[in-house]
Design a protein around this ligand. Structure first.
Ligand code: HSE
Length: 402
């Protein structure tokens, strides 16, 4: 008996799944406890030189209607047609593993229910943190904990860009181009640069940890496009690295607050040293205190590793894994307002606007020519920080990671 699976999409991730599978086929089969093979690769393009050219199809129905195919790896990206395809596959009892964070963040609740109703699985380890095992640890290894917060660097492209800005003084555009050449960036890099990709990932983590679907539109999201080289160097002198952080925590009022923002990470925090395309997620729970997960957050084989791990799980499990699930949310009243987000704050302003807010003697001030950068000692809400930023005409303001 051999388990047959299909791969939807032959782009960076899909071709990585095929490559890694055939590279490690023997050990994969040992771990799966069964022979395995790829029966179809779906892509609208032609690949006449591929060693697997006989497996290519342009017709999704070939896969849907083939009873021999019991598992599918979806690596197409985007909500449609991926959603329609995956729903149809799950309705036929075929388990699906995906790297598609946009889809999981928008439609995860529906697809998880469809999988449950049809006694199969919808897996998405690759959708958050690339190669890093984070989804399965959250609902399995850490299941004994009350997890109250996670904070992570969840976008490889922006971390790569910020690292190049920090280490090499490389301009933003040049670093972005390099990230695209290396296959890290999304088709439209705006999703990376403006934080939408990290937002989708924190939606997935929030939904899984707190049990209700969190939609991207409910999450305050700010990207890195406004960060200047002078912010990177000022933050460094003040003792911080600037990182795009995606965080969710449960506030005292019982609501959860997911956000994506550039944050200043203290040099003594292990996350400040997470560089290049690497991602990291800190998980806080009442049993574990804190645990960090670290690894390559993007790229062909790292992402393929996570997709294939899920395919192997799907082959091994012929029943739904119930712990990897969450409910649909009728509204977002369980999500707190970003105005309540509390932190110490970094401000950059011109010398014409030296701190005059009544708390100036509590600032660390770094003089940078005609501009000043400083970090407040006090913890202020986002609403208060915004107010101060208006008063002092701030050129930039970012929170400090707690
Ligand atoms: N564009 C994404 C990133 C790919 O840079 O992290 C992995 O999700």
């Amino acid at each position: 008996m051999s388990a047959k699976f299909a791969v939807l999409g032959h782009g960076v991730v899909g071709s990585g799944v095929v490559e890694l599978f055939y590279k490690n086929k023997n050990s994969i089969e040992n771990r799966a406890g069964t022979e395995m093979d790829i029966k179809y690769i779906l892509d609208l393009r032609d690949f006449p030189d591929s060693p697997y050219k006989d497996k290519f199809t342009k017709n999704f129905d070939d896969i849907l209607n083939d009873d021999e195919v019991t598992a599918v790896a979806e690596c197409m990206g985007g909500v449609e047609p991926a959603f329609t395809f995956i729903k149809a596959l799950l309705e036929k009892g075929k388990s699906v593993s995906t790297s598609n964070k946009e889809l999981v963040a928008e439609k995860g609740d529906i697809l998880l229910k469809t999988a449950k109703d049809n006694n199969c699985n919808f897996f998405f380890e690759a959708s958050v943190g690339g190669a890093i095992p984070i989804i399965r640890p959250l609902h399995r290894c850490l299941a004994a904990n009350n997890i109250y917060k996670t904070a992570g660097i969840l976008n490889g492209t922006t971390n790569f860009i910020l690292t190049k800005m920090y280490n090499d003084n490389m301009p933003f555009d040049e670093a972005l181009k390099l990230a695209q050449e290396l296959g890290y960036a999304e088709k439209d890099p705006t999703a990376d640069v403006e934080g939408h990709d990290a937002c989708r990932k924190i939606c997935i983590i929030s939904s899984l940890v707190f049990g209700k679907h969190v939609y991207p539109k409910s999450v305050y999201t700010k990207g890195i496009s406004e960060i200047q080289l002078c912010d990177v160097s000022s933050a460094d002198i003040l003792g911080y690295a600037i990182k795009l952080v995606a965080e969710v925590k449960r506030n005292n009022n019982g609501k959860i607050l997911p956000v994506v923002m550039p944050m200043l990470v203290p040099h003594e925090n292990i996350m400040s040293g997470v560089s290049d395309v690497f991602n990291a997620v800190l998980v806080y729970g009442d049993g574990i205190d804190q645990t960090m997960f670290y690894g390559r957050g993007a790229g062909k084989l790292p992402t393929a590793s996570a997709v294939l791990g899920d395919v192997i799980e799907a082959v091994k499990h012929n029943v739904t894994v119930f712990s990897q699930s969450w409910d649909s949310a009728e509204d977002d009243s369980f999500i707190d307002s970003v105005e309540n987000f509390s932190a110490r704050w970094y401000f950059r302003t011109s010398s014409d606007h030296t701190p005059s807010t009544g708390i100036s003697d509590t600032y660390d001030v770094h003089e940078d020519g005609t501009e000043y950068a400083f970090v407040t000692y006090e913890v202020l809400t986002f609403a208060q920080a915004k107010n101060i930023s208006e008063k002092i005409n701030a050129l930039a303001f970012f929170p400090v990671l707690d």
